[in-house]
Design a protein around this ligand. Structure first.
Ligand code: FES
Length: 150
């Protein structure tokens, strides 16, 4: 049996070719836009999400541990012996260094007025969070070591 083709089926349809080309062009352009945007956005997003953590070791010698609260290199040390507690002096609002007020026994931020209690608990102000507690190790001879993330 002979294969009979309709005479119209062998005819190229210029409109269909143009639609296909247009679709491919638009698809390629869209792909280029998306790829370009990804290439441009990657450094910005990686910069925002990137945080290099460096640790700084701070050692409090026994002669530096005078009074109920001691300060050294951005760290407050509260208490003595086994009950020693270390707090980051950075305000949890925007990072200003808080001051210890010996009269009220509170930590006060000079920038926007946040107040933290004697153990670093947030009391008032825009900070809204407690001062960050840092693990402290008491070593031989009363040396206290603190590792601060900066
Ligand atoms: S930085 Fe401390 S209250 Fe704003």
């Amino acid at each position: 049996m002979a294969n009979i083709q309709h005479p119209a089926s062998s005819i190229q349809h210029p409109e269909t070719d143009m639609e296909r080309r247009g679709f491919l062009k638009r698809g390629l352009l869209w792909l280029m836009y998306v790829s370009g945007a990804a290439v441009l956005a990657y450094p910005a997003f990686s910069f925002m999400g990137f945080r290099k953590i460096t640790k700084k070791r701070i050692v409090f010698q026994p002669d530096e541990l005078s009074g109920p609260v001691c300060f050294k290199e951005g760290v407050y040390l509260i208490g003595k012996g086994a009950d020693v507690k270390a707090l980051s002096a950075r305000c949890t609002h925007l990072g200003c260094i808080v001051n210890y007020d010996a009269v009220s026994r509170n930590f006060k931020c000079p920038c926007h007025g946040s107040i933290f209690g004697p153990s670093g608990r947030w009391i008032s102000g825009p900070a809204g969070k407690d001062l960050i507690s840092i693990p402290a190790k008491t070593g031989p001879g009363g040396v206290v070591e603190v590792e601060l993330e900066i």
